[in-house]
Ligand binder design. Structure first.
Ligand SMILES: *[C@@H]1O[C@H](CO)[C@@H](O)[C@H](O)[C@H]1NC(C)=O
Ligand SMILES: *[C@@H]1O[C@H](CO)[C@@H](O)[C@H](O)[C@H]1NC(C)=O
Ligand SMILES: *[C@@H]1O[C@H](CO)[C@@H](O)[C@H](O)[C@H]1NC(C)=O
Ligand SMILES: *[C@@H]1O[C@H](CO)[C@@H](O)[C@H](O)[C@H]1NC(C)=O
Ligand SMILES: *[C@@H]1O[C@H](CO)[C@@H](O)[C@H](O)[C@H]1NC(C)=O
Ligand SMILES: *[C@@H]1O[C@H](CO)[C@@H](O)[C@H](O)[C@H]1NC(C)=O
Ligand SMILES: *[C@@H]1O[C@H](CO)[C@@H](O)[C@H](O)[C@H]1NC(C)=O
Ligand SMILES: *[C@@H]1O[C@H](CO)[C@@H](O)[C@H](O)[C@H]1NC(C)=O
Ligand SMILES: *[C@@H]1O[C@H](CO)[C@@H](O)[C@H](O)[C@H]1NC(C)=O
Ligand SMILES: *[C@@H]1O[C@H](CO)[C@@H](O)[C@H](O)[C@H]1NC(C)=O
Ligand SMILES: *[C@@H]1O[C@H](CO)[C@@H](O)[C@H](O)[C@H]1NC(C)=O
Ligand SMILES: *[C@@H]1O[C@H](CO)[C@@H](O)[C@H](O)[C@H]1NC(C)=O
Length: 809
């Protein structure tokens, strides 16, 4: 699945030969001759067309093959360009036409012997690259990117010595690549990233005298110093390779280098950044993220006047941040130094970067006051440090504050709600969680809710009411005010949050009727009201999309009608049908005890968390789960029947009804919950037998029937027989476990125990993602790549006016 955003960028290709443009223009202007298509070329093209019976006829691409027929001149067919004099086909561009087949070794394509440019970018091609490509010896440009081609790159490619431009990105190619490279020393652009090539040493690249763009492969070994001796080099992406050791540029003179983009992310490079790097005077983007670089803050890098984006995240840099020697004419716009060991304060001198728009210093050991000038950024991430305050006063925030993302979470902020936040009218993302903010949440908060998508105030010391400030909060997706000391009722203006998917008010002192009115929020998927003082019955219809509800530890009471769950469609589904449900936001549940609150870099992905407290649940859930459905009604005062309609919630994996006063039988319909993994009905007054069919629920590994009036045989299923007898204790008439001790342990009054006494295990962290392109890491990668490319192509065109850049669209 490649997102559509990607198509539009990756189709951009570079043509380095001005005469091509000239010749195309000449053809169009000067040669209206109706019949100059050569028959052999026409037949070869028609033969080629025949090879793709499964191609998508509905392709919107203008250069689809539908115009290819014997009646017209093949030089006027879509996607085809002929040489004006000879009538030979010299260019074929079928980018984005879903050909949906493999390329045959004897394909008509290989009869087009005069082809100079061939674009089969994103054509849904699979199978191997035929060695017959070696016949197309006039090829200067070949683009087979974004297909499912596999196998080795044929060594016959080495025959294509005219090749200037070779793109094989995003396929499933394997084997060693560099053999095919041997004689392609005229290459200007070589892009082979995102394949499955065998790890190999990067060959000496210095013979590629014209190389400007080099992307990827699967190379290892020491830092490829020789690559940087190529004077034409401008764009290098060696991310996700396996280079080790320090960066070194020998005694090279770098100041004449044209290098604009350098990515070495996700390698194993170490040592300090050499000072000589500051001589790359044209460098605009530098990505060194996720290596083992060490040493002090490389302040010298920031003296490169053109440098715009710098990413040093996930390394071992340490010591203070220092901007002393940098100049105020710097172009720096984005600085990411997250996940290092920087300490001390952010110096006030950061104010000299007038163009700085984004700063990420998360996960360091920074402390003290955050310079107020940073409040003018578009994105400021301070998470997981020891900052205590921001700015000097609210006067630092100007009217034109355009901050969209502010992360203050897990620091040492304390004191009242910072009023300057109310000035940030463009905020989309605000995370103040896990600090010691206190006092009330001010009514001025209303001013910043218009664009807000995520608001996380979890784990602070806020008190008073949650003010009625959500009237304009129509974009709010996630609201987490859990673990504060909020009182009173839930504000009715929450009814305006039509985009809300995740609401967590757990661990406060809200005292309100059960908010059944929330059922009109049709996007709501996760509702956590746990550990408050909600009261009254909550009989209502609705909650159609709900996937997780936790109302445990409240004062709710009442009975459930039998049909109660019949319209809880969100829990009926057994899988997450992302597309069908238009499920843009709700991503996945991350069941990982150690990753309680995870932040995913480089995307607008955000993880908040919830916990469900459950007795005896297996702690080994570590997988990411996309299809988690849960109901926790425990520790209330519900009574009467467990409704039969519970059996309709086919997706349910977790059901906790314990510590209530249910009196019915255990409904037989539970046996229909084939995904159920954990069931707790303990501490009720249930009677009758445990339905024997429950023994067939193969995922049901954790269960608790203790402290009821159940009778008869325990089901024979292996999952049941594997249970500890404490799961059945205090049901005097229950029998069938090997161990009789259970039955004999008689606790007369099944009074709920205090939570500290139980072996409670917090086991769920919920990952909620927001924004586009967050469905899987792969997609995030694609988008990131495409942006890099777009950015580069724009610069490349500007600096190379003779270069023709065309879009394959
Ligand atoms: C590709 O062709 C196969 C049959 O060869 C067909 O089942 C499949 O739906 C086609 N895919 C597309 C995207 O057209
Ligand atoms: C093409 O589009 C038509 C209507 O838009 C549709 O009925 C047909 O199934 C489509 N064919 C393919 C191969 O996608
Ligand atoms: C193409 O190259 C292959 C070898 O790779 C050769 O066997 C074949 O004859 C060539 N075809 C043409 C049309 O030249
Ligand atoms: C290499 O190209 C020549 C024509 O220039 C052709 O005769 C030969 O078959 C090609 N070799 C391969 C391996 O394709
Ligand atoms: C890619 O190739 C590998 C073997 O090299 C194979 O195991 C894998 O299934 C292929 N993946 C796809 C998506 O074709
Ligand atoms: C590279 O070119 C040289 C000389 O043109 C030739 O001898 C050699 O066989 C070529 N290597 C490959 C792998 O084609
Ligand atoms: C990198 O190299 C190490 C050691 O040689 C190897 O274990 C690891 O699999 C390699 N990783 C990649 C992504 O090639
Ligand atoms: C760099 O050092 C090498 C030997 O290590 C030498 O051959 C070369 O001439 C030096 N280049 C410059 C520009 O000093
Ligand atoms: C960091 O790089 C390693 C390979 O060196 C990779 O396995 C890992 O996933 C990367 N981490 C992140 C967060 O991208
Ligand atoms: C909360 O912040 C403290 C330090 O302020 C940190 O130790 C702790 O890990 C944070 N908790 C979470 C859940 O991030
Ligand atoms: C929370 O605020 C109250 C006063 O409002 C104070 O007594 C208490 O110490 C604060 N707790 C924390 C953890 O800051
Ligand atoms: C289980 O579901 C089926 C339909 O899927 C239904 O016919 C059956 O009555 C249900 N069983 C119980 C016990 O509810």
């Amino acid at each position: 699945m490649i997102p559509s955003q990607y198509y539009s960028f990756s189709g951009i290709v570079v043509t380095l030969y001005f005469f091509f443009l000239a010749s195309c223009v000449l053809q169009i202007l000067a040669s209206p001759t109706p019949h100059y298509c050569r028959n052999d070329q026409r037949d070869a093209l028609l033969e080629f067309k025949q090879e793709f019976p499964g191609r998508n006829m509905n392709s919107s691409s203008y250069n689809d093959m539908s115009s290819w027929n014997k009646k017209s001149d093949c030089c006027y067919w879509g996607a085809v360009v002929c040489d004006a004099k000879s009538g030979q086909v010299i260019s074929l561009d079928l980018s984005k036409v879903a050909l949906n087949n493999s390329l045959k070794p004897n394909s008509g394509l290989f009869k087009l012997l005069y082809l100079q440019r061939l674009y089969l970018l994103n054509c849904n091609l699979y199978g191997e690259i035929p060695s017959s490509f070696g016949n197309l010896s006039h090829l200067m440009e070949l683009d087979l990117s974004i297909n499912n081609l596999d196998g080795q790159v044929p060594s016959s490619i080495a025959n294509l010595t005219q090749l200037r431009y070779l793109r094989l990105l995003e396929n499933n190619l394997s084997g060693k690549f560099s053999v095919s490279l041997a004689n392609l020393t005229n290459l200007v652009q070589l892009e082979i990233g995102n394949n499955y090539f065998e790890p190999e040493l990067l060959p000496d690249m210095s013979r590629f005298h014209n190389l400007a763009i080099f992307w990827g492969g699967n190379f290892f070994g020491p830092f490829p110093t020789s690559l940087f001796t190529i004077p034409s080099l401008q764009w290098v992406d060696l991310g996700e390779n396996n280079f080790t050791g320090p960066i070194s540029f020998g005694n090279m003179s770098l100041s004449s280098s044209r290098l604009m983009f350098l990515s070495l992310e996700d390698n194993k490079l170490d040592g300090p950044i050499p000072k000589s790097m500051s001589k790359f005077l044209n460098l605009e983007q530098l990505d060194l993220r996720n290596n083992s670089f060490s040493g002090p803050f490389p302040t010298f890098l920031l003296t490169i006047p053109s440098l715009t984006i710098v990413n040093l995240a996930q390394n071992h840099f340490k010591g203070p941040i220092d901007f002393e020697k940098t100049s105020s004419s710097s172009s720096l716009g984005v600085l990411n130094i997250a996940d290092n060991k920087f300490d001390g304060q952010i110096p006030e001198s950061i104010s000299k970067f007038h163009k700085l728009g984004e700063l990420d210093v998360s996960n360091n050991k920074l402390e003290g006051n955050v310079p107020g000038c940073l409040l003018s950024l578009a994105s400021l991430k301070l998470s997981h440090n020891s900052f205590t305050s921001v700015g000097k006063s609210s006067s630092q925030v100007s009217e034109q504050a355009e901050m969209r993302e502010l992360r203050l979470d897990s620091n040492s902020f304390r004191g009242p709600f910072p009023y300057w936040i109310c000035e940030m009218r463009s905020l989309e993302f605000l995370d103040m969680s896990n600090n010691s903010f206190s006092g009330s949440i001010p009514p001025c908060f209303r001013d910043i809710t218009k664009f807000l998508e995520v608001l996380n105030l979890r784990n602070n010391n806020f008190s008073g009411n949650l003010p009625d400030v959500f009237v304009s909060a129509t974009k709010l997706i996630l609201l987490d005010v859990s673990r504060n000391r909020l009182v009173g009722k839930l504000p009715k203006s929450l009814i305006n949050c039509i985009a809300m998917e995740f609401l967590n008010v757990e661990g406060n002192k809200f005292k309100d009727k059960f908010p059944s009115w929330l059922s009109s929020l049709l996007s709501l998927k996760v509702l956590i009201l746990r550990s408050n003082q909600f009261y009254h019955p909550h009989v209502s219809v609705g909650f159609q999309r709900l996937k997780v509800i936790d109302v445990s530890h409240n004062d709710l009471t009442g009975t459930f009608p039998d049909f109660y769950f019949s319209d809880w469609f969100g829990m009926c589904q057994t899988t997450t049908l992302l597309n069908l449900e238009n499920d843009v936001i709700y991503m996945e549940y991350l069941i990982d005890m150690n990753n309680y609150e995870a932040f995913v870099m480089n995307s607008r992905t955000y993880s908040s968390s919830m916990e469900m407290v459950y007795k005896g649940v297996d702690t080994k859930f570590e997988k990411i789960r996309k299809d988690f459905r849960a109901i926790d009604f425990s520790r209330n005062r519900f009574y009467g029947n467990i409704p039969e309609s519970i059996g309709l919630l086919k997706g349910l994996r977790f059901l906790n009804l314990s510590s209530n006063a249910f009196t019915s039988n255990i409904p037989h319909s539970l046996a229909n919950l084939t995904n159920l993994e954990a069931l707790d009905v303990s501490h009720n007054q249930l009677s009758g037998q445990i339905p024997q069919d429950l023994g067939e629920l193969s995922f049901l590994s954790t269960m608790n029937f203790a402290h009821n009036n159940l009778e008869g045989p325990i089901p024979r299923g292996t999952q049941f027989q594997r249970q500890n007898c404490s799961s059945f204790m205090d049901n005097p008439k229950l029998y069938g476990l090997d161990d009789d001790i259970c039955r004999k342990t008689h606790v007369p009054n099944p009074a709920p125990q205090k939570s500290e006494e139980e072996q409670m295990i917090s086991w769920i962290a919920l990952a909620i993602a927001y924004g586009p392109g967050v469905f899987c890491g792969l997609v995030i990668g694609h988008i990131f790549i495409s942006h890099k490319h777009e950015w580069f192509m724009e610069r490349f065109r500007r600096n190379n006016p003779r270069v023709v850049i065309r879009s394959a669209r």
